[in-house]
Design a protein around this ligand. Structure first.
Ligand SMILES: [Mg+2]
Length: 249
């Protein structure tokens, strides 16, 4: 099929522009440990240490369970991870024995800590120069289901549009964040390519809309032949060569 030249590229973030696993583990454990320690000092200062240690009475598994329960009870919010985490923390802190207002104060502060830690991602070294170069040729957008404060990362400057799909209550594979990105980039789907690592959340919704797609497949085993318009890459650093090949077709 002859396709019109590409005008725009949209990118997934986590596990596409950086490896997210380590940061998520550090963030998950780090903000909970910070809350446990800082709260213990605060309670000790006020002579209220009879409550015991928060993380002993509410271990991190209780926090994870509470998040799953909240996501089930509030299906619309299921992708809004910041909302879910903050509500889970506040409810656990209240059960621990803090008054409502103090519980929310500490939940909010723990989430500030969460966002600081969550931003400690290390984009692959090729990514920044690659986006600078691609930005001279294509309109660039990002679409993430993650809840990192992307506006605070230097990489954000490359993107005309940055969509946090969970916060608009339409996490990928919902087509709406894609449609929103394309509308703001002023491009039809046929002239855009989405780049992402998740077959289900990135590639399928993009090709259903008529976009092209670059699948960052890593070491996923090769299976059935790829649908038309999908290109398989081992790593994001291979993207410029793919785009060059498409341009010369
Ligand atoms: Mg991803």
């Amino acid at each position: 099929m002859i396709r019109p030249p590409l005008q725009a590229l949209t990118f997934d973030l986590d596990d596409t522009l950086w490896d997210n696993r380590e940061v998520m583990t550090l963030t998950e454990e780090g903000h909970y440990a910070w809350l446990d320690e800082t709260l213990a000092e605060w309670l000790a200062d006020r002579g209220e240490d009879h409550l015991g240690r928060f993380a002993e009475r509410q271990p991190i598994t209780a926090y994870q369970r509470r998040r799953r329960e909240l996501a089930e009870r509030h299906p619309l919010r299921r992708g809004d991870f910041t909302w879910i985490r903050e509500h889970a923390l506040a409810s656990l802190l209240e059960e621990f024995g803090l008054p409502h207002e103090a519980a929310w104060h500490w939940a909010t502060r723990a989430m500030e800590r969460f966002h600081d830690l969550r931003l400690r991602v290390s984009p692959y070294p090729e990514v920044d120069p690659m986006l600078t170069e691609l930005g001279t040729r294509y309109r660039l957008g990002s679409i993430t289901n993650g809840n990192l404060a992307f506006d605070r990362l230097p990489l954000r400057r490359h993107f005309t549009v940055a969509i946090a799909a969970g916060e608009i209550h339409a996490p990928k594979p919902d087509p709406r964040p894609f449609l929103m990105a394309l509308a703001r980039l002023g491009t039809p789907p046929s002239r855009a390519m989405h780049v992402g690592d998740s077959w289900k959340e990135d590639i399928l919704p993009a090709i259903r809309l008529g976009m092209q797609a670059a699948w960052i497949a890593g070491d996923t085993p090769h299976g059935a032949p790829l649908p038309e318009g999908v290109h398989r890459l081992g790593h994001i650093r291979e993207l410029p060569a793919l785009l060059e090949m498409i341009r010369q077709k």
